[in-house]
Design a protein around this ligand. Structure first.
Ligand SMILES: C[C@H](O)[C@H](O)[C@H]1CNC2=NC(N)=NC(=O)C2=N1
Length: 111
């Protein structure tokens, strides 16, 4: 994937722009395998790991990515799993930034 969405960089979040429509969001999903849309306004994916330490290691990498991109997912993790969700708060919906992050998180997870 050399020209996919994972090659892009998040732009600064701002209000006053329309969230992606359900149709547009569904179009992006092909580039973020494993992620699901929730009511067209939130992206979610659950990742599985062999133990707690591997879950934490994944979360740590996602935290570093989030700081680089200045776009921060909500993460719930525990033994063998991390559930990641993304939304652009200022528009209470999805922006291309959310899909850029989702694609980069997939790369971290190796999937
Ligand atoms: C000021 C700061 O850039 C913004 O509040 C950013 C920070 N990280 C963010 N992360 C996510 N997931 N959504 C946002 O809307 C968001 N906004």
């Amino acid at each position: 994937m050399t020209d996919g969405i994972a090659q892009k960089t998040c732009t600064p979040c701002r209000g006053g722009v329309a969230p992606l429509t359900q149709e547009a969001a569904e179009g992006y999903l092909s580039q973020t395998p494993g992620w699901e849309l929730e009511e067209g306004r939130l992206l979610r994916r659950k990742f599985k790991f062999a133990d707690f330490r591997q879950s934490l290691s994944f979360v740590d990498k996602v935290v570093r990515l989030a700081e680089e991109e200045r776009h921060h997912p909500d993460i719930c993790f525990g033994w063998g799993y991390a559930a990641v969700s993304l939304q652009t708060h200022k528009i209470k919906g999805l922006h291309e930034n959310d899909f850029i992050m989702a694609a980069k998180v997939n790369l971290i997870a190796g999937s």
